[in-house]
Design a protein around this ligand. Structure first.
Ligand code: CA
Length: 427
């Protein structure tokens, strides 16, 4: 697991960072950005700025043995960094915390160098942080699975018999994973009303969001060599926010017997900054006990989760400010990331650097923690009342859905920024 470094409280950057910023020196999330007129390259967020890691790499700050002679920050994806493993990740974090510290003069006292290294976040375009070869979506919130199961089968049979024995998932579509800010086209497909004799073709009438988080795989495993649970976190680089856009009417008609297909493959949005396990370490919590005890291959001594506060906000085209519709927490997940990763490989399936493994909708026990419209409106039966008097059963054209999340420290936040997308009419 990540080691504790310098106590978080004692760290301070020479760059001004407000207490509610998501990106203090304690965070340092990695992403890929493109400055105007320049090529995409790696950066870390600090306050409202980005430090250009390709410049710092060129200056020789990442030459220690952990980097194995590789240049990992000048590419248009973080895959080389992901593949290299935790010793290099820890070293990069330590180097950056030192360079950005108020105690270190190298950048602090050199205006010309600062001008080369720093970009305003608002002046650049964020790209997908990795080339995502494979994307898998789990279904790991008990309350989400229970609510959806109750709608489909009634409360007595809400959970399928396998749910508490294995982290249920489906293999998703990697090619349509997009970065925050990308517009979402309302998909068309087949739908069939329960009382209709035949399906019709047309734009979905029940477009939904799913508030999720996802982790990016670091070093992969070889085909035929499952990852043991004690080694699981060696393969996890960090987390992003995710919106698994879903078309519920298409899903209802197509999903049996093989699960989601076109209802989920038209767009999946992620936030651009990957927050590392090292940055999340102060917010680590023990995984709550599981009953029944999972099979031995899924049982870890010190399995963990994180205290991450999560929100979904809806802004319709006639609203001036977003309206919070979901408040939840990453701790609402029943299965851990380690269990998800280990279960994924137990067949011998090989994970690769940059693979995206998502949590599933993170609903909790309370009504306000329901993390998709399907649950919030109980399949459209109880429309949401918004602050400006509008109502919503599902998302409409022009609506913007934004997910944000952060860990609250004593006087700082380790945040994820946001993942945001606006619905456009089908073409
Ligand atoms: Ca999902």
């Amino acid at each position: 697991m990540p080691q504790r470094g310098v106590p978080a409280m004692s760290l301070k950057s020479f760059i001004d960072v407000s207490p509610d910023s998501h990106f203090p020196i304690q965070n340092l999330p990695f992403g890929i950005f493109q400055p105007r007129g320049g090529k995409p390259r790696a950066g870390v967020a600090i306050g409202d700025l980005i430090a250009d890691l390709s410049v710092l790499e060129e200056l020789g700050h990442f030459r220690s043995p952990e980097f194995q002679g590789q240049k990992v920050f000048s590419e248009d994806s973080l895959n080389a960094l992901l593949a290299i493993g935790r010793p290099a990740w820890r070293k990069a974090r330590a180097v950056l915390q030192r360079l950005l510290s108020s105690e270190t003069p190298i950048l602090r006292d050199n205006a010309r160098l600062r001008a080369r290294v720093f970009h305003a976040q608002k002046s650049v375009t964020m790209k997908l942080p990795a080339r995502i070869g494979n994307y898998t979506d789990f279904y790991s919130s008990y309350h989400h699975a229970h609510n959806v199961g109750t709608m489909l089968r009634g409360p007595e049979n809400a959970l399928m018999p396998n749910w508490k024995w294995l982290p249920v998932a489906y293999h998703g579509r990697a090619s349509s994973v997009v970065v925050s800010g990308t517009d979402v086209l309302r998909p068309s497909g087949q739908t069939k009303a329960p009382d209709a004799g035949a399906p019709i073709f047309g734009a979905t009438k029940s477009l939904d969001y799913e508030l999720e988080m996802a982790f990016l795989v670091g070093p992969g495993n070889s085909l035929g060599e499952p990852v043991p649970i004690e080694r699981a976190t060696d393969h996890i680089f960090g987390l992003v926010l995710m919106n698994d856009w879903s078309a519920r009417d298409i899903q209802a008609w197509e999903y049996q017997p093989l699960g989601p297909f076109l209802a989920k493959n038209f767009c999946t949005s992620i936030s651009p900054w990957i927050v590392t396990l090292e940055a999340l370490e102060p917010f680590r919590k023990p995984l709550p006990p599981q009953d029944p005890a999972p099979l031995p291959y899924l049982r870890a001594k010190n399995d963990f989760t994180f205290d991450i506060q999560l929100e979904a906000q809806l802004q319709t085209s006639s609203m001036n400010a977003p309206h919070v519709i979901t408040r939840t927490n990453f701790q609402n997940l029943y299965w851990s990331m380690a269990q998800q990763l280990v279960h994924h490989t137990v067949s011998g399936c090989n994970l690769e650097p940059g693979d995206l493994l998502a949590s599933g909708t993170i609903s909790g026990a309370s009504e306000e923690s329901r993390a998709c419209m399907l649950e919030l409106t109980w399949r459209g039966a109880n429309p949401l009342k918004l602050s400006n008097g509008e109502t919503r059963k599902w998302l409409e054209d022009g609506d913007r859905l934004t997910i944000t999340g952060w860990c609250q420290g004593d006087d700082y936040r380790v945040g994820f920024g946001e993942v945001s997308g606006r619905i456009l009419r089908a073409v």
